[in-house]
Design a protein around this ligand. Structure first.
Ligand SMILES: Nc1nc2c(c(=O)[nH]1)N[C@H]1C(S)=C(S)[C@@H](COP(=O)(O)OP(=O)(O)OC[C@H]3O[C@@H](n4cnc5c(=O)[nH]c(N)nc54)[C@H](O)[C@@H]3O)O[C@H]1N2
Ligand SMILES: Nc1nc2c(c(=O)[nH]1)N[C@H]1C(S)=C(S)[C@@H](COP(=O)(O)OP(=O)(O)OC[C@H]3O[C@@H](n4cnc5c(=O)[nH]c(N)nc54)[C@H](O)[C@@H]3O)O[C@H]1N2
Ligand code: SF4
Ligand SMILES: [Mo]
Length: 740
């Protein structure tokens, strides 16, 4: 038998002499790896440090990277299994072309790129420049996000570029920009354990930001009081001091009424408000009406819980407010975030050690990819595409006339609507899987079928890529080099571990090649991602998200650099707003009064239950990657509908039975999970699955008017007990090669 590698001391200290780092079928079977590459997880915004084990130019396993400060070696179930996607038999290893009625056939790179470039030119020639759209993603590195924004504006010259972060954090971003003038977590995570009071609103921390759990637990060890606001008793909520089971969409009731109580009890820092903010008087006037009774009515919770929350939050000396998609995925997503921010500013507890605020970013580069100019209204450095000064700066870096940069285009949902109604005829899509992730799937499918040309770049044939005319095989994170910006605003360096498999190419090379075929080769003559980063630095110089003082060497030396970092000798900025100086020209934070309003589709007699959607720990986003990793599938093989025992009893449903969940848009049949951890008036279905199991068959195509985020967290449904769906029966039948 091959000899096992010796246990590593740090692990032995923690787990005893039996600690082994041998992955399943790992070193002992294959022999020790050739090298370990210090890099980061490809999945969520925590961007944990990890060492990938490479043998024979393949990623075969991992080791914890113990001295990376954010996660200190800790990883979640997805991080430890991510390496299994590298050699997955489904990896795309050749460009594909769809032949009507026959499916896909392989074609050469040259033909595939020529066809895509030719179709872009044909469609733009016939229908105008904006008739060709580009959709991108926030799992892309900063370099690729920057490249995509430039590619759309300089090579394709379309206004219509947007990205999947539009489905994600844009509500929080828009609120932060309004209030602070800056869109980034205000603090490094090291401030969390120093807070006396912590409020977590609409974030399933343990499953979706797993490493953050550790920071909350450290705070608790230090005596902090924790409050969680969620319609579900999530794992983290089980250990906190106060859990408020808010009705979906009711958060403004809680936030405003907490502020109401804090005003009554004198827990407002009026000096801070006078010296560092504007807008307080109107906020104070607005929340006068939001008594605990009124807040409780809106939120569907006892008023006493709101008073208790105010009693924890109000008098604390230090505090930290965290939120995620639970309050952001709403047609009032921006207002929800603004109301949360009022609680932070009213106490003046920001910009100091242990005092802060953060939206928990979601996608791997959820933070950075929203700053480099792939949003329809934005240029690099988080600049505004309609601001003449901003346009001039970026035009200068790109070496193009300012007038040639298109103005604001359509955001993701309206862009799909424009495809559906025929205004947009062609699409290039990278790193986005709308056939799982956008609301109202029937509509999205109809839209994609109407495209005259559609090219998709992915490493797997995603549900969306199946609609494409041309599919180009791109690269995984570990097959390329670049930077991302983690949940804290820390810019970090992803090292290349291996090369893309034969037949696939690095995403950036594909884009640069297409640009050249569109006649813009001189503007895309990069020899490496590092060259793209150097240009990104210049383009971001002087912007809000200023990366100009960051180099890859500096990142490696400091284990990450927080933006803004405006000069080579600048150390970076872990904590924003120190000394009460905010990002607006007047240096003040601008508070915004917020009134509660109902969701786009509230329950009624016909559809009496609220459906809310989200995630589970072992699956990631549209599931293209994690539904292909055996161990993760075993952990949560298919979507389940969480429902309360009282609702289950009414329906005559037990755990494991099938239920039909139906909205005005569509229906799914999934297994029931009867549990007391959810409100009786609400059900929850995770959204990581496609087709007949897609939660987004049910969701509503309503968006927030400011951020344009979809209302994933509320729609009206009805439920009934159902027979197992036909495809489920065939999947289970052994003669059909059923999975189990
Ligand atoms: N395992 C895993 N981790 C992930 C991801 C993943 O797919 N899988 N995705 C990453 C990404 S891109 C993102 S955006 C983040 C998302 O991270 P989270 O936002 O934490 O996750 P969600 O499950 O979308 O929703 C969070 C919580 O909001 C609650 N909620 C629903 N409606 C409301 C409401 O009206 N008010 C309040 N207060 N709460 C409500 C839900 O019950 C849920 O527990 O996770 C990231 N991490
Ligand atoms: N009902 C409901 N729907 C939701 C949500 C919800 O809570 N409820 N959450 C929303 C949120 S927060 C998000 S972020 C979206 C996410 O939704 P999507 O962005 O559509 O999901 P992803 O799975 O990230 O899709 C990315 C695709 O790009 C590929 N990919 C990943 N990395 C790379 C790369 O580096 N290069 C290339 N070429 N391809 C890559 C993957 O294989 C995958 O097919 O879903 C949203 N949809
Ligand atoms: S999925 Fe997120 S929490 Fe899990 S290992 Fe990767 S970066 Fe860390
Ligand atoms: Mo997200």
């Amino acid at each position: 038998m091959a000899k096992l590698p010796a246990p590593v001391p740090a692990l032995v200290e923690r787990f005893g002499p039996h600690a082994q780092r041998t992955p399943p079928g790992g070193w002992s079977a294959r022999g020790a790896p050739d090298r370990l590459v210090k890099t980061h997880c490809c999945f969520c915004g925590q961007q944990c440090g990890i060492e990938l084990a490479v043998k024979d130019e393949r990623v075969v396993g991992f080791e914890p990277w113990e001295d990376f400060p954010f996660n200190q070696g800790k990883l979640c179930p997805k991080g430890v299994k991510r390496y299994m996607q590298d050699q997955h038999p489904d990896r795309l290893l050749s460009p594909l072309e769809r032949v009507e009625g026959q499916g896909f056939r392989e074609l050469g790179w040259d033909a595939a790129l020529a066809r895509t470039a030719g179709e872009i030119q044909r469609i733009q020639g016939k229908y105008g420049r904006d008739a060709f759209a580009v959709l991108t993603g926030a799992s892309l590195t900063n370099e690729k996000a920057y490249l995509m924004g430039k590619f759309a504006r300089v090579a394709v010259r379309t206004a219509n570029i947007d990205y999947n972060g539009r489905l994600c954090m844009v509500s929080a971003g828009a609120a932060s920009k309004k209030v602070f003038g800056v869109d980034r977590a205000a603090n490094p995570w090291s401030d969390i354990p120093k807070a006396e009071a912590i409020l977590v609103a609409g974030a399933n921390v343990a499953e979706c930001a797993p490493i953050t759990t550790d920071y909350l637990w450290q705070a608790r060890e230090n005596g902090a009081k924790l409050i969680v606001l969620d319609p579900r008793l999530t794992p983290i909520a089980r250990t906190v001091d106060l859990f408020i089971p808010v009705r979906p969409g009711g958060d403004i009731g809680v936030f405003n009424a907490m502020l109401h109580v804090m005003i009554e009890r004198g827990w407002i820092d009026r000096r801070f408000l006078a010296e560092h903010t504007t807008g307080w008087e109107e906020v104070e006037r607005t929340v006068r009406r939001y008594t605990p009774e009124e807040g409780g009515r809106i939120a569907g919770v006892p008023p006493s819980l709101i008073v208790k929350a105010a009693e924890i939050w109000g008098p604390a000396r230090t505090s930290f407010l965290l939120h995620a998609r639970g309050i952001e995925h709403h047609s009032k997503g921006v207002e929800n975030c603004l109301a949360a921010l009022n609680l932070v500013l009213a106490t003046g507890r920001i910009g100091r050690e242990g005092c802060g605020y953060a939206m928990i970013t979601g996608q791997g580069n959820g933070q950075g990819a929203r700053e480099q100019g792939q949003k329809c209204d934005q240029l690099p450095g988080a600049r505004d595409v309609e601001n003449p000064e901003h346009r001039r700066h970026v035009a200068g870096v790109w070496g193009v006339p300012e007038e040639s940069i298109p103005h604001k285009g359509l955001s993701a949902v309206p862009l799909l609507e424009a495809i559906h109604d025929g205004r947009i005829k062609g699409l290039l899509l990278i790193c986005f899987n709308p056939m799982v992730s956008l609301p109202d799937q029937r509509f999205i499918g109809e839209a994609l079928e109407k495209l005259e040309h559609f090219t998709a770049i992915d490493f797997f044939l995603s549900e969306t890529a199946r609609y494409a005319d041309v599919v180009l095989p791109g690269s995984l994170m570990e097959e390329d080099e670049g930077t991302t910006t983690n949940v804290e605003g820390r810019v970090i360096h992803h090292q290349r571990a291996v090369r893309p498999p034969a037949g696939a190419r690095e995403d950036w090379r594909i884009i640069c090649d297409l640009a050249a075929r569109l006649g813009a080769g001189d503007k895309f003559a990069y020899d490496s991602p590092r060259a793209i980063f150097e240009e990104l630095r210049a383009a971001s110089r002087g912007g809000v998200a200023d990366y100009s003082g960051i180099t890859w060497e500096k990142i490696d030396r400091l284990k990450g650099v927080f933006w803004p970092c405006p000069a080579p000798d600048h150390p970076g900025t872990p904590r924003l707003y120190e000394g009460g100086r905010f990002g607006h020209p007047d240096g003040r934070a601008h508070l915004q009064p917020v009134e509660w309003r109902p969701a786009a589709e509230e329950p009624d007699e016909e559809y009496p239950i609220v459906l809310t959607t989200g995630r589970v720990v072992s699956q990631y986003l549209s599931g293209t990657q994690t539904r292909r990793i055996g161990g993760l599938v075993d952990q949560y093989p298919q979507p389940q509908c969480e429902l309360h025992p009282r609702l289950a009893a009414k329906l005559g449903v037990a755990s494991g039975d099938y239920v039909k969940v139906e909205s005005r848009r569509g229906a799914v049949v999934v297994r029931a999970l009867v549990t007391t951890t959810i409100r009786p008036d609400t059900v929850f279905v995770p959204y990581h699955w496609p087709l007949t199991r897609a939660a987004n068959n049910l969701t509503v195509r309503a968006i927030d008017p400011v951020s344009n985020i979809p209302e994933f967290k509320i729609c009206a449904v009805r439920l009934a007990k159902a027979a197992p769906p036909a495809d489920e029966l065939s999947r289970l039948a052994p003669e059909a090669g059923g999975v189990r």
